[in-house]
Design a protein around this ligand. Structure first.
Ligand code: AMP
Ligand code: ZN
Length: 115
């Protein structure tokens, strides 16, 4: 995906504050952090959203979940974190490359949704 923002980060064309990388996933700090710890975990291979996921994507999506706790602890959220994947218009997805937010810090993140 030539013009996809997160594919460009994967290719190193746009700088990002990388905090974790393996053969399948990359994690970097969100540019507008909502909490003291706010990291995005993305698959290196482009996938637009969970609405497009198929069984072929199971391993890389699973990897995103498996590495989350290590990233959270490394970044300063040792007692848990919230993981969020926004999907499509209803979910409020702004960047059309699957990403999981990891948000946390020393204080509880708060209610899951604004009331
Ligand atoms: P979402 O609404 O789930 O699509 O979230 C997109 C997230 O990407 C937002 O939290 C943005 O702050 C973040 N973001 C956008 N551009 C960049 C970038 N160049 N580097 C890091 N995070 C970004
Ligand atoms: Zn992409």
């Amino acid at each position: 995906m030539q013009d996809c923002l997160f594919c460009r980060i994967v290719r190193g064309e746009i700088p990002a504050a990388k905090v974790y990388e393996d053969d399948e996933v990359l994690a970097f700090r969100d540019i507008q952090p909502q909490r003291p710890v706010h990291v995005l975990v993305i698959p290196k291979r482009h996938l637009t959203s969970l609405a497009d996921a198929s069984s072929e994507d199971a391993a890389m999506l699973g990897r995103m979940l498996v590495v989350a706790n290590r990233i959270a602890v490394d970044q300063g959220s040792p007692d848990g974190f919230r993981s969020i994947i926004n999907t499509g218009r209803i979910g409020g997805q702004e960047v059309m490359h699957v990403h999981m937010h990891i948000v946390g810090g020393q204080e509880p993140v708060g209610p899951m949704l604004k009331r």
